[in-house]
Design a protein around this ligand. Sequence first.
Ligand code: HEC
Length: 408
Amino acid sequence: MARYFQLTLCALLFALGCTGVRAQDDPQVDPQTEQQNAPRELAARSINLLSFIAVDYPEAVADGAVRDPQLYRQLRRYAERVGTLLQQLPERPGRSQLDANLAELSDAIEQLADPDRVRRRANGAADRIAALYQLPRSPLELLPEGDEAAAVYRERCSHCHGARGEQANTGGSDLDSRERMARFSLYDLYNTIDPARDDAHGQAIDGDLSSRQRWALAVLIAGFSAPPQAPPQALAEKYPALVALPGLAVTRPSELPQEAAAALIWWRAHPEYTRRLQHPLARAAGLIQLAQTSYRGGDSATAYHQLMLALREGFAPARLPLEERDAPLANQLDQQWRELREAILGEAPSNEVIEKFQRLQAAVLRAREALQPTPKQGLYGWSALLFAAALLLGGLLWWGLRRHSRRD
Ligand code: HEC
């Protein structure tokens, strides 16, 4: 069961393309990316609405009866608006499945279904939108510490939300309620403080914040409901996808088994500490995955940046031990990094670049296994399988998109 859970979680995280930062915050955006921002912003708005349906529904409906009619009406309106927003998004293979998911969600809300069902449907539809539209849902680099945003929070947020989120806002929600905050991922929180995606705040409150400031605020807010004690280190080995990006940013604790949920609530509030729990090559693999998704989304500047970060932050610290354990593999990796870097910079055809991404990813995974102290453990055999499954899925999606855009 635990294995099955890990399988589903990792497959979701790695396959459902979840990546980089919003391109508009990157000064080196290429013109192709500019064109793609409009659909991405619409997709992000839809995901934001879906996250509120998932989070707020238990307060609107309980035991098959409406508890808060006003909130219930609002959530139905949200579901309708998601439908309208999606109609403005370009067609994609797999879109009909998404439309079916949304219809199911609306039916479930209409029938006052139980909150678990509605939450799963809403979150499932959000994940599908992110995958279909290759949406960035993780920071460009590493997650900033919450402390970075402490001054901004004090100046701009605390008079409404309280010094540590304890003050109920007019919507009646506290930022320090663990139960409620566990239903948001960091990415969901990030979205709520972007006026392009959420109407909760006006332009004056959060309109001019940078992407990094928003991530830092999301981390800070997540910390309001986190327990004071760090979880046992062994949990980081049990749930490796939760201490790495993109898992740390896109997973909603409420969807996890209890011990994993409690650990994630703490980990995501302490990104710097959490980074130390991660094997550098696991970090490299996560960043390569993010880079690949950025590249597929048409943003090669971000992809390049993330690839170099994977090299610096992930591969470089592991290079020497790998050389000692398996020199040919270390050399092969050197060459693969070089080739991929050149292919991106030289604007090689995208199928070639994607293939190089996939080969590099597989080699990094082999390196991770080569450095495994106890090869009998089996866990990394699983992760090899998961990566393979994720790559296959990603590849299929990409080919589908490509075939589709050729037809247009
Ligand atoms: C003028 C008062 C005000 C200020 C200032 C303000 N907020 Fe809010 N915030 C609200 C209200 C009201 C809501 C609820 C909106 C709703 O329920 O639709 C909200 C919702 C939120 C939410 C979603 C929480 C949930 O449980 O639904 C987050 C996160 C948040 N604010 C963070 C911030 C941050 C970060 C800042 C500072 C940059 C900030 N807010 C500034 C009033 C404010």
